[in-house]
Design a protein around this ligand. Structure first.
Ligand code: MN3
Length: 200
């Protein structure tokens, strides 16, 4: 199986008014994500045990296996970025009713959810991700992961909404101001319809 870079469902300039520039999407999607896909395909080509496996299967079998650490980095990042492009929207920021009720039930209020997510995203030291997840008991939670790790790999829960906090995701638009990038995501860019569609 050869993996491919999925096209964005919006134009590279579609998020610019909401704080994610065309330059960021051109670099992040066309260059960074493409590099993960190219490297992953190289690993698959050289390892018969990976051939014919889905991306989810490669994530699962490579996570935590020291000999496959390089494979996991690329597979995890391919999965994470596919999720991430869907987690952004030119009409982002509005929270649909079913998700709002779940957020209120689990966090107390939407504002408390946002505060918890922002804490996770800003305290992830170095590169990584912040996630809204649904746990096995159905409740929602917030977690953070380093580098290419995701909740699919760790088994913490189902990823509802993930935010890339690698510097390449915000340095063009926000320079070193990661907290502002996170707040802008939560208020103006997040595709909460996508998050709701990931609920069990
Ligand atoms: Mn990235």
């Amino acid at each position: 199986m050869t993996f491919e870079l999925p096209a964005l469902s919006y134009s590279h300039s579609a998020l610019a008014e909401r704080g994610m520039s065309q330059e960021t999407l051109e670099l992040h999607h066309d260059k960074h994500h493409q590099a993960y896909v190219t490297a992953l395909n190289g690993f698959v080509e050289g390892n018969a045990a990976l051939q014919g496996k889905t991306l989810e299967e490669i994530n699962a079998l490579s996570y935590g296996d020291e000999a496959l650490a390089g494979v996991f980095n690329q597979a995890g990042q391919h999965w994470n970025h596919i999720h991430f492009w869907n987690a952004l929207s030119p009409n982002g920021g509005g929270i649909p009713g079913t998700l709002e009720a779940k957020l209120t039930e689990s966090f107390g209020s939407v504002e408390e959810f946002k505060a918890a997510f922002k804490t996770a995203a800003t305290t992830q030291f170095g590169s990584g991700w912040a996630w809204l997840i649904q746990k096995a008991d159905g409740s929602l939670g917030v977690t953070k992961t380093p580098n290419g790790v995701n909740p699919l790999a760790t088994g913490e829960g189902t990823a509802l909404l993930g935010l890339d906090v690698w510097e390449h995701s915000y340095y063009v638009d926000f320079r070193n101001r990661r907290p502002d990038y996170v707040t802008n995501f939560l208020d103006s860019l997040a595709n909460y319809e996508f998050a709701e569609s990931n609920l069990a």
